[in-house]
Ligand binder design. Structure first.
Ligand SMILES: [Zn+2]
Length: 495
């Protein structure tokens, strides 16, 4: 369905209209770094990025914040992390050692994603919630939540089957001794909290001075909207259902923090086709890096830019990759020949990390599939060489068998008398002149006519001899890519 406007521009307009004139607009996104961040979460990040860019294109100043919820508790050991990490359950993610090398558990997964985002041209302002919490930056807002505990419970209970326990609190405490949150609040007196831990430790502290509080998600979210004055934030479908965390956060920010909830859009899931299974519980997740191994950064963006957030889609790792490269190249061609309509123009521009003045000169992915396998890359320009690397990765990990071949240097296939005659005729003609692809293609039919062999039989024999397969890339192109001389040498071996 053709849309007149690009979706991110429509959201930007809505933000300006509903939030009013502001010196600076704040767009937010974030996640708990509980393990490797999968490509599905990238949809949230790029949705925000595109809205940020749309606002900027309208001349607005925008702050893009990405919140690492790394003071959240460690809930579950992912499959790609040692089982020994069981002992850290209940501790803040920022206080656990990294499973792979130096630093903390949280920072390991944070840096992993931050590095990947750089490659696709996304550079938000990162907020590490463990730092803010440890510095007690939310103390006054936490106080408001504690003072309004009953009101908050009433809001949350509206959407719950089982009401919250009467002793429920909007926060939990990390024990100062064992660092875990298996604690019980005994008493709250103004800013002073008395707690007792399962480890036996018992203490009193002032939460303006000691940052050992973790605010529960449904209160934490609206609290930070208030703190950051967030104007826009997308959310996954799980947060977006009626009675989900967006519903309650919207009520809490209004009733408790006396502010308006940001403009919100929900994004649907991304599925993976022909790649790894998509599951965070197995630790075997598809990451942005997996996508970047086979897609150029602009095309990785293109996968997301062209689809509205609320529409689900799939990222292909199988032979569809060729088609996606072709679609993108077509869009690029249209853009530089000024044939793109306004929406296509917008999509192309938002895919770019740095917009080139001239159309980038690159070989097609399909052509490179042959060149890579023939090993003929020396004459390629820099951009095509970069694309060839993606092709190599793709051939190695995901390409269908029909796309793979190996140029032969011996005749291994049995040939009929007619097939031999036709291929020898081909050899003779290749000796006589240098062909263009079109001329060579026409020559095949002349050969078939002369030898009186069916076209299909001729092609079949040629593929068998050249690459030991029944099918392959366009034959004329294949021969020219391999080089006429090499083909002559191979065909000389026909006895
Ligand atoms: Zn303890």
């Amino acid at each position: 369905m053709a849309e007149k406007f690009f979706w991110a521009d429509a959201i930007a307009e809505k933000i300006i209209k509903e939030r009013g004139k502001k010196k600076e607009y704040v767009c937010a996104s974030g996640i708990t770094p509980s393990g490797t961040i999968h490509i599905g979460n990238f949809r949230e990040i790029i949705t925000t990025d595109l809205v940020v860019k749309a606002l900027e294109n309208k001349g607005k100043k925008v702050k893009f914040i990405y919140s690492w919820d790394d003071y959240d508790r460690f809930r579950k050991v992912p499959k790609n992390v040692s089982e020994k990490y069981e002992k850290y359950i209940g501790m803040p993610l920022s206080e656990i050692p990294s499973p792979f090398g130096k630093g903390s558990y949280a920072s390991y997964f944070e840096k992993e994603l931050e590095n990947q985002l750089k490659k696709v041209g996304i550079n938000p302002y990162y907020i590490y919630q463990n730092e803010r919490n440890k510095k007690c930056q939310y103390a006054s807002l936490i106080k408001i939540a504690l003072d309004n505990r009953e009101k908050i419970m009433k809001i949350l209970n509206k959407y719950r089957k089982e009401p919250l326990n009467k002793n429920w609190q909007p926060i939990s405490i990390y024990c100062e001794k064992c660092k875990k949150d298996f604690t019980k609040i005994l008493q709250i007196n103004n800013y002073e909290i008395e707690y007792e831990c399962g480890c036996g430790f018992k203490d009193k502290f002032d939460f303006r001075k000691k940052g050992i509080i973790s605010v529960k998600w449904r209160i934490d979210w609206p609290m930070r909207w208030k703190y950051e004055k967030v104007d826009f934030e997308p959310g996954g479908i799980d947060h977006s259902v009626y009675g989900g965390s967006y519903t309650t956060s919207k009520e809490i920010i209004k009733e408790i923090y006396k502010a308006e909830a940001p403009i919100y859009v929900f994004y649907d899931w991304v599925k993976i086709k022909g790649g790894k299974e998509f599951s965070s519980s197995t630790g075997n997740v598809t990451t942005i890096q997996d996508v970047l191994d086979i897609y150029e950064p602009e095309i990785a963006r293109y996968l997301f830019v062209g689809t509205k957030p609320k529409t689900g889609f799939q990222i292909s790792f199988d032979n569809d990759v060729i088609k996606i490269y072709e679609d993108y190249d077509k869009l690029e061609e249209k853009y530089y020949s000024k044939k793109a309509d306004s929406r296509e123009k917008r999509i192309y521009e938002l895919c770019q990390i740095k917009l080139n003045k001239k159309k980038p000169n690159k070989e097609s992915f399909r052509h490179l599939i042959s060149l890579v396998q023939i090993g003929k890359l020396e004459n390629l320009n820099k951009k095509s060489k970069e694309r060839a690397l993606k092709v190599k990765n793709w051939l190695k990990k995901y390409a269908g068998e029909d796309m793979k071949f190996k140029v032969q240097n011996k005749i291994t296939s049995k040939l009929t008398a007619k097939e031999k005659l036709a291929l020898i005729e081909l050899k003779e003609r290749l000796r006589k002149k240098k062909y263009s692809e079109e001329d060579l293609f026409n020559e095949f039919y002349k050969i078939c006519e002369k030898v009186d062999i069916k076209n299909t039989e001729f092609f079949d024999a040629a593929y068998r001899v050249l690459i030991n397969k029944k099918k392959g890339p366009r034959l004329a192109a294949l021969i020219l890519n391999i080089g006429q001389n090499k083909i002559i040498k191979l065909l000389e071996k026909i006895k």
